[in-house]
Design a protein around this ligand. Structure first.
Ligand SMILES: [Cu+2]
Length: 236
């Protein structure tokens, strides 16, 4: 291959990569992560996106170059020369995807294991889903009831969930995790909020007519403010 062609291929590849990167980065597709688990999940997301952009750049460069340089006249229906027995090429196109997929698998497995592990001294909260609202109970604070999920920042939280009727699903976009809440079983979800703020709790399993309204809030508070609230009598 001529040197000029390689330079042209690289230029097209870099351009394609730049356009894909702009499309990935500029719209702000994801909410700001507000938990350690979400931070790790975002890392996996961007790691995989980076690999995808790399592969896309190569494919786009080769495709655009072929269309540009090897365009056939309209009446030319003949095939191009076949590629056979190019061992180097075959090893490369087997080894590179294997490496990339293995890297994604290893990174995902590490993040999954870390996100699934509860931290030291977790705060346990019972979450109850029903048509069409969420309620929360704090066993460590005399079963204090609340219809808003209040959490202390930077503490490991274990949500133990159940449903009174049909399947619901607990989702806080800023926490990046979703958990189906199924009647009769008690799935758990581990969260370590690391940003003070108020975020939506959304039911993300179609659960009946009021599904779209099945929303609540999570308020991540400073530990002292949380303690003060938790020790007060009464709900909310
Ligand atoms: Cu629901």
């Amino acid at each position: 291959m001529r040197r000029g062609s390689i330079v042209q291929l690289i230029v097209i590849g870099v351009l394609a990569g730049a356009i894909a990167s702009a499309f990935a980065l500029i719209p702000g597709w994801l909410p700001e992560p507000a938990s350690r688990e979400a931070g790790r999940i975002h890392f996996v997301f961007w790691f995989v996106t980076g690999i995808c952009i790399f592969v896309f750049s190569i494919v786009a460069a080769v495709t655009a170059f072929a269309v540009w340089k090897f365009r056939a006249p309209p009446d030319d229906d003949s095939d191009g020369p076949p590629i056979h027995g190019n061992t180097t090429l075959e090893i490369a196109w087997t080894a590179v995807p294997t490496l990339l997929v293995t890297a994604i698998a290893v990174v995902s497995a590490i993040v999954l294991a870390k996100d699934d592990a509860q931290g030291a001294n977790p705060l346990r909260i019972e979450v109850t889903a029903q048509q069409f609202f969420w309620s929360y109970s704090y066993p460590g604070f005399g079963n204090k009831q609340s219809d808003v999920l209040r959490l202390p920042v930077n503490r490991s939280i274990v949500l133990r969930m159940t449903s009174k009727d049909v399947i619901h699903s607990f989702w806080v976009p800023e926490f990046s995790q979703k958990q189906d809440v199924v009647p009769g079983i008690h799935p758990t979800l581990h969260i370590t909020p690391d940003k003070v703020g108020t975020y939506p709790v959304i039911c993300t399993e179609l659960c009946g007519l009021g599904h779209a309204l099945m929303r609540s809030r999570v308020i991540v508070m400073q530990p002292a403010a949380f303690q003060k609230w938790a020790n007060q009598k009464g709900g909310a």
